[in-house]
Ligand binder design. Structure first.
Ligand code: 2BA
Length: 112
């Protein structure tokens, strides 16, 4: 039996519709989870895609062409442990978007 991989892609909200459309068009099954980035504390989406080994390159190519990196100025949230008035935040420029992708080996997949 062919090996199964789980692709876990974290993408910006702006890119998620385009990515899901492209995955569906190419015949991939995907699940979207609402997630929040630890640094920006903004909503992003975590997409789960179960695929066979042989499809990994194709799915990565779909993700790469659907998610774009862009620059954004943000004021980071103060750390929860600091007193609020002792912490001054300055906007910082960060690059966001594109996709952060993890590929995991799956021991078993079942559909009941
Ligand atoms: P956030 O944690 O909200 O990070 C958004 C962007 O802010 C990051 O983009 C990065 O450019 C910047 N950034 C993150 N931490 C920073 C820091 N300590 N100082 C300065 N800039 C910082 P990406 O690297 O493209 O990450 C996009 C989102 O992907 C992240 O949102 C997070 O939700 C997820 N992510 C990234 N790396 C991850 C990892 N190793 N494990 C789990 N999730 C990850």
């Amino acid at each position: 039996m062919a090996g199964i991989r789980l692709v876990l892609a974290i993408v910006q909200e702006k890119d998620v519709g385009r990515l899901i459309d492209a995955l569906t068009e190419d015949g991939f099954n995907a699940t979207m989870l609402a997630s929040t980035g630890g640094f920006l504390r903004e909503g992003n989406s975590t997409i789960l895609i179960g695929v066979e080994d042989a499809q990994i390159d194709q799915v990565l190519a779909v993700i790469q062409r659907s998610a774009h990196r862009r620059e954004q100025f943000v004021s980071p949230m103060p750390p929860a442990v600091e007193p609020v008035d002792s912490y001054v935040t300055y906007p910082v420029k960060v690059e966001v978007g594109g996709a952060i992708v993890f590929v995991l080996q799956v021991e078993k997949m079942a559909r009941f």
